[in-house]
Design a protein around this ligand. Sequence first.
Ligand SMILES: [Zn+2]
Length: 339
Amino acid sequence: VVNREVDMAVMLGVDIGGTKMAVAPVDEAGRIVGVPLVRPSRTESTEHFLDGLVQVVRDALAASAAARLDVVGVGLGCAGMVDWTRGIVVASPHLPLHDTPVRSRVATAIGLPTTLDNDANVAALAETRVGAAKGLRHVVMLTLGTGVGGGLVLGGRVYRGATGAAAELGHMRVASDGEPCNCGSRGCLEAYASGRALERVARRLVQPPAGSGAGEDRREEGYASGLASLDALGRLTGEAVGVLALQGDAAAGDAVREVAEWLGVGVTSLANVFNPEMIVVGGGLVTLGDLLLGPARAALARCGLSPNREVARVEPAALGNDAGLVGAALVAWERQLGV
Ligand SMILES: [Zn+2]
């Protein structure tokens, strides 16, 4: 038990994901100062989801009061397309949210100032304030999971665009009439540099198109047997391909390299457009380490403009799963402090 003269002021950071939500008190410096509460996200209906969200925030408020923490506000970070200005989740891939006023629902129920931002924006702010890019002012973040999330911190502030929908970096088009993307378009970076893309490339290596000829000559007998075994078990996912690549499997390594080359295309364009000091790469795929980041850095060195290519370091995220909680709270802190 910590004894303090005055209760410590904290913000509740809420990380709302497709399967679970986590809440924790976070101080002004971005430190988590209590044990996070974690609950499943209720997806039966919008009302169930909102009830569950309000309840976990209420429980975190009670726990904070018991720990003599003075909660001054709530910061929500949610997976999906968020209208920052109106506090609305426009759409979310795994949650029953469609033009849902999530911010006002929580603010009204809890009676505290509340912010709502997209999960990638909050992760970008967290990495910039207390993570891999601590102390920097111009930072691009890419979150490579099943899809690709993006966040921009420019001149020390989260850049949200005209309506809060900026930084959808996964939907930069990198190919005309290219691979289909989850967003309904084609040729987006997400269709080439995500976990789903890694799976697609691996499937192609297991079953090369008939008559593809030339490239196969150099492949040795059993080249794609590891991937084929996964496929036969129904386990050919991006994550499994990554594990195989880390074990030294040649075909899985080639699949990762192809995805990493496309990441390099994205990274090079982002460096040329924004001239950031760092491009932080987070999400599940970053466990591939230099297998993923090496070719992307090489592409930037080869194809970027000078001095952008020398200035922009490409580094793995440092905060892991805490980025959502911490970033959501930091967005609320910055709003409150008028930063
Ligand atoms: Zn797209």
